[in-house]
Ligand binder design. Structure first.
Ligand SMILES: [Zn+2]
Ligand SMILES: [Zn+2]
Length: 404
């Protein structure tokens, strides 16, 4: 019995008896169980699908419902620190530090193999969230959004000062400081920063006000005025407040404003807006530290595009741990040994060399199998055994194989 992990528009984890999907982005009825990490729309779609059991925190459901009502059936509430069973798996819930209600999941198989899936992750304590702490595991599937050394963020204290100072300077210039940012997470951080460091009133877009209410009902203090109110119009016309808008939110007409973008991506912003590199994701150093703390045997990066590959390279070089983007893995658990592992390797070889009568060079086969985590000697042994059982034949030279 081994745990298998695979990217299937979500992270699929399978053991001999059970299968589940983490943060699914489409509905696939072959999964009975879905685990959802947080409310951002690229992670929370599972809340709208009819899985027999879908787990998330209560905050995640309430935040998702600011946008669209979720499907109640099959929903199961989880909290940080919980442990529960789903089929053969034991699932443990940990704080992900990202946005209100965000968690990461540890999945333990029947024979004790452990996989951690982080969802989106922040390793820095913020005004609204505690920092995520690493958990020992065998396989770590990690958010690589900012998994490149090009992304090192300033400290929260520096960002707080920058947010406040830029707001005060803008008001002195006779302009309303306007922050465009993520409605869930960053928006509440900026409100908290301004509430703590200044007495400038904060006006928020209705969608952000909706999210604020969920934060408030979870015990966070936020002082803000909804954009639709008469007070907000008066403050904006006097240019005596800040305004927080969603990332693509439009400026109300007639407002003289200075625009800022608050996002990790702002580090490389060059469109005239004030860049505020405030992020609810860990930066490069934060990711490496977290990975080291988990002591994994295999790291699979996701969600980072090119940075997924960059982060995997750094993990291999700096930490000496096997790593690759999850897209490249029909992954076999690294613990798998002996016969199972050999059989998995054979299966993978046959999947790679599919065309009958075609000639395949060893080097080509090996390159493909290496991307899936197999070593050279494993590939050699698998090929040997496939030749022995008559599925492949050696063609002329020793390193060319023909499919029978
Ligand atoms: Zn997120
Ligand atoms: Zn995400």
């Amino acid at each position: 019995m081994t745990l298998k992990v695979r990217w299937n528009r979500g992270v699929e984890v399978e053991s001999s008896e059970s299968i589940l999907i983490l943060d699914p982005t489409v509905y696939d009825p072959s999964y009975e169980y879905a685990l959802i990490t947080h409310a951002h729309s690229d992670h929370s779609k599972g809340l709208y699908y009819p899985f027999s059991i879908k787990c998330s925190t209560e905050e995640t459901v309430r935040l998702a419902e600011v946008y669209r009502s979720t499907m109640g059936e099959g929903w199961r509430r989880v909290r940080c620190g919980d442990r529960f069973r789903l089929g053969e798996f034991e699932v443990r819930v940990h704080n992900a530090g990202h946005v209100l209600g965000s968690v990461y999941y540890e999945v333990v198989s029947g024979n004790g193999e452990t996989l951690v899936y982080t969802g989106d992750l922040n390793t820095v304590k913020t005004l609204t969230m505690e920092a995520a702490k690493p958990t020992s595991c065998d396989v770590l599937v990690i958010d690589a959004t900012f998994g490149s050394p090009a992304f090192i963020f300033p400290s929260r204290e520096e960002l707080s000062v920058e947010v406040s100072k830029w707001s005060i300077d803008s008001l002195r210039e006779g302009k309303v400081p306007v922050f465009q940012t993520d409605s869930i997470g960053n928006a509440q951080e900026i409100i908290s920063m301004l509430n703590t460091m200044t007495n400038i009133p904060v006006v928020t877009h209705p969608r952000i006000s909706g999210v604020n209410k969920v934060y408030e009902s979870s015990g966070h203090r936020l002082e803000y005025i909804d954009l639709r109110s008469a007070d907000a119009s008066e403050l904006l016309s006097r240019r005596a407040c800040t305004l927080i808008l969603p990332k693509r939110g439009r400026l109300p007409s007639g407002v003289k404003a200075n625009l800022a973008l608050a996002s990790g991506w702002a580090l490389y912003l060059k469109d005239g807006r004030k860049p505020i590199p405030l992020s609810d994701h860990a930066d490069f150093n934060g990711l490496l530290e977290f990975i080291e703390g988990c002591k994994p045997k295999l790291v699979l990066t996701f969600h980072g595009g090119r940075r997924g590959r960059v982060l995997a390279e750094y993990v291999k070089k700096r930490l000496g741990v096997e790593a690759r983007p999850i897209e490249f893995c029909e992954s076999v658990f690294p613990e798998t040994k002996g016969k199972d592992r050999l059989r998995a390797c054979e299966k993978e070889v046959l999947r790679t060399v599919r065309i009958r009568g075609f000639l395949y060079k060893f080097r080509w086969i090996y390159q493909n199998l290496k991307a899936k985590g197999f070593s050279k000697s494993e590939v050699e042994r698998a090929l040997e055994s496939l030749v022995d059982t008559g599925k492949l034949e050696v063609h002329g030279r020793e390193d060319v194989f023909k499919v029978k």
